[in-house]
Design a protein around this ligand. Structure first.
Ligand SMILES: O=C(O)CCC(=O)C(=O)O
Length: 275
């Protein structure tokens, strides 16, 4: 079992759970190498704006790439890793669909956070506990470098959202911040939080970049037929009878390729370092 009974219970009670060491040191090295590659290749863009929701900021930086699977075979393989499938199934049930994969990077010194929101304000599924984010700490995530903040136990409350003036596309809400819990976690740790759980990240004013990989999963019963319709963006089943290891959605079976993807990501980094 990827998660303990206590961890599953905490998710169901509080709408989130922090799981240290979900990924090991080699996997962390692969994440870091892959994110560095994407940054080098200019795949992340600054979504931070200067208070009008439009003018891209020159002072603040919130780098994002969404979706990621087109640019990273490592990221594409991850949802099919048995410990991931096991954890997500324990939290939201079997017959799981991958909804989104993305990365947020807060550069050293002027990294801007992502404002408070509930993912369900975007996704609008019927039961906000049957979809979960899986936020992976690519680097150690601390209060100083703006780690994830959560408001526990509020997943059933639908907060009002409006356009975030500090982002070119996000929406935001204004929960009671006195109830917020900062979730510090070492690289390789994971925070699972339900679609209804209010969360935000803060700015990074430290000397080092900090990134998080964010996957979103939902139960098939919550997925609209529109979303999984052939020809639209890809939403692979990661469990249940419709799961083909990504073959039906990506045209290639990527289940079981994780080890080789980790190896390749690390080797890619070593290649660059040797030059
Ligand atoms: O990492 C971040 O800045 C935000 C991530 C997030 O909001 C999400 O995964 O829903």
């Amino acid at each position: 079992m990827a998660l303990t009974a206590e961890q599953i219970e905490q998710f169901k009670r509080d709408g989130y759970v922090v799981v240290p060491n979900f990924f090991d040191a080699r996997e962390v090295k692969a994440f870091q190498a892959d994110v560095e590659r994407l940054v080098r290749n200019g795949k992340l863009r600054n979504v931070a704006t200067d208070g009008d929701g439009k003018t891209h900021s020159k002072k603040q930086v919130n780098l994002q790439i969404c979706p990621m699977y087109k640019d990273s075979t490592l990221v594409r393989a991850l949802p099919f890793v048995p410990k991931v499938v096991d954890a997500i199934t324990a939290l939201i049930g079997d017959r799981v669909v991958l909804h989104l994969d993305q990365c947020f990077l807060k550069p050293a010194k002027n990294g801007m956070g992502t404002s408070w929101h509930q993912d369900n304000a975007y996704f609008k599924i019927k039961d906000p506990m049957r979809g979960t984010a899986m936020w992976i700490a690519v680097h150690d995530a601390t209060i100083a470098n703006g780690t994830m903040n959560i408001v526990p136990g509020m997943f059933n409350e639908k907060l009002e959202h409006s356009r975030d003036p500090n982002s070119d596309h996000h929406i935001r809400c204004y929960p009671d911040e006195s109830k917020a819990v900062p979730c510090e976690i070492k690289a390789g740790g994971v925070i699972f939080f339900a679609y209804g759980t209010p969360h935000c990240t803060r700015g990074n004013t430290t000397e080092k970049d900090r990134a998080g990989l964010a996957y979103h999963f939902l139960h098939e019963e919550m997925a609209s037929p529109e979303m999984v319709k052939e020809g639209r963006d890809h939403h692979p089943f990661i469990s249940g009878p419709k799961c083909s290891g990504g073959l039906n959605e990506y045209g290639v079976n990527v289940a079981g390729t994780w080890e080789q993807e980790v190896e390749a990501a690390i080797a890619g980094r070593e290649l660059v370092e040797a030059q």
